[in-house]
Design a protein around this ligand. Structure first.
Ligand code: FRU
Length: 495
């Protein structure tokens, strides 16, 4: 039975999406069907399609009572909207269906696990959220909430675990068929920890252990955890709130953290050996991963920063888009990310230049556009000092541009969207340290109508940023201080 609340949301989104011209949306990144979108949820493969749900407030361009939006795709890039999957319509989730995950049950149904939120009146007159973990099952379109919800609440937690910050369950199934789930929680020290739960059937869940505690090292509360095996190691990806920057890591306030290490399955303990940011740009949060049928670990994130949500276009009727899905691997102990290979099928109109040599400003015939995939390799002039600076301006016209600049002397790559058309005094720049010597650098730059994503050195680092520059600004120019040698391949992306 579909509730009145869900029925209304479904009716509303069907009518109001028609007000948005597809040319006013990203072409190959999923954006909200209407209203507001945040975290990706339930990223999975089910009944022959990729499914992506998302935190969704259809009625407004601001965050509000959370629903789950829903879309499906054959190639992870071109998405088709399905009716909203969940609405806040039960006593235990009256104030929101927060983030969660999806898995296929042995009987063929899809199981969703999400955080139910209920605001509870306090004795001082204020409110506090009670967060519990809840289930819904369905056929890929319609979902029914489990009659014994919530399946995990404060009774299941050890002493000292907050019931107000207990959210974002991510499930997986181990080879022996056991269901596992990790969720974010706040312990007594006020920072974050990841709790591990197990289940034999996906419905009856038991607390196992604290998988790992933050102990106030990386920000505070840890949101949206994801835990998986990759290239012989175990990886925890989580989104800490309130991070302090450390050198060139963790500049995003609410940021993304990747820990690589080992997992003692018996004890349920994860020990980290390496930490890094997941994305070094401005806009990336709350990523979630899935395993594709051909065995790739693919991650997708909300291409947004909570602190820059006021950076928006006034007359656009949607807010929120996802990053490109990215294939993950571990190389030299670090997380590598590459756009899913399916993107190559959308390439057309190849333009190629080999060994362009320049030491001032140049433009290249046929190199422009706002929906492009471009690979650049830089080198210095043999026998000369390494160049001082390289820069590329894109989404450019007489009034606007966004730049990516590189200084080999300190290996700093900087993205700057200050002149992209923003009228807000918020963060528009991010500097990151990249791996380079002798002026060598490899960049892959992907532009969609409202974003740029940069992959450095074959995926060693990724930087994402949203852009609202008018679409007519499609120029691209290159700058060098000193002599730069450049190879370039550029494709148009057709959706
Ligand atoms: C992360 C987050 C999650 C929560 C959701 C609510 O961006 O705060 O922890 O489930 O958003 O929309």
């Amino acid at each position: 039975m579909i509730s009145q609340t869900l029925r209304e949301a479904r009716k509303y989104e069907e009518v109001s999406e028609k007000l948005i011209d597809s040319k006013d949306r990203p072409a190959f990144h999923l954006s909200t069907r209407t209203g507001w979108m945040n975290d990706p949820n339930g990223f999975s493969y089910y009944n022959g399609k990729y499914h992506l749900f998302y935190q969704y407030h259809p009625y407004d361009l601001q965050w509000g009572p959370m629903h789950w939006g829903h879309a499906v795709s054959d190639d992870l890039l071109r998405w088709e909207y399905l009716p909203a999957a969940l609405a806040p319509d039960e006593v235990y989730d009256r104030d929101g269906c927060f983030s969660g995950s999806a898995i296929e049950l042995s009987d063929g149904r899809q199981l969703l696990m999400y955080t139910g939120v209920l605001r509870e009146r306090q004795s001082n007159g204020g409110y506090r959220e009670i967060q519990t973990q809840c289930l819904a099952t369905g056929d890929g379109v319609d979902y029914e909430k489990y009659e014994f919800n919530p399946v995990l609440d404060t009774k299941d937690l050890p002493e000292g675990c907050s019931r107000n910050d207990f959210r974002d369950p991510k499930m997986w199934r181990s080879e022996d068929g056991t269901y596992y789930c990790v969720a974010g929680n706040r312990p007594a020290d006020g920072s974050g920890q990841i709790l591990l739960f197990t289940s034999r059937d996906g419905f009856e869940w038991k607390y196992k252990n604290v998988l790992i505690a933050n102990k106030n090292r990386f920000g505070k509360m840890w949101e949206c955890p994801d835990f998986f095996k990759l290239d012989g190691k175990w990886v925890l990806i989580t989104s800490p709130q309130d991070m302090l920057p450390y050198e060139f890591e963790y500049h995003n306030g609410n940021g993304t953290l990747c820990l690589i290490g080992d997992f003692d399955e018996e004890k349920g303990v994860f020990t980290e050996q390496h930490d890094q940011s997941v994305d070094y740009g401005i806009d990336f949060y709350a990523p979630q991963t899935m395993l594709t049928p051909d065995g790739r670990r693919v991650m997708i994130g909300w291409m947004q920063n909570w602190d820059t949500c006021n950076f928006r276009e006034q007359d656009i009727l949607w807010f929120g888009q996802m990053s490109l899905p990215r294939e993950l691997s571990i190389k030299n102990g670090r997380l590598f990310q590459k756009p899913v290979r399916e993107l190559e099928n959308l390439r057309s109109e190849k333009k190629e230049y080999r060994d362009i040599v320049f030491s001032d400003e140049i433009r290249l015939d046929g190199v422009s556009g706002r929906m492009i995939d471009m690979e650049i390799e830089l080198r210095q002039e043999e026998g000369q000092d390494v160049y001082q600076k390289f820069a590329i301006h894109f989404a450019e016209n007489e009034k606007y541009y966004t730049s990516l600049s590189f200084h080999p002397s300190d290996s700093i790559l900087k993205i700057d969207r200050k002149f992209s058309g923003s009228r807000r005094a918020i963060i528009h720049q991010r500097r990151s340290r990249v791996n380079s010597s002798g002026g060598k650098l490899k960049l892959r730059i992907i532009l969609d109508r409202f974003s740029v994503e940069i992959f450095v050195n074959d995926g060693e680092q990724a930087l994402s940023a949203i852009l609202y520059t008018e679409q007519e600004a499609e120029g691209i120019s290159f700058y060098a201080d000193g002599t730069v040698h450049m190879d370039l391949v550029k494709y148009k992306i057709q959706n």
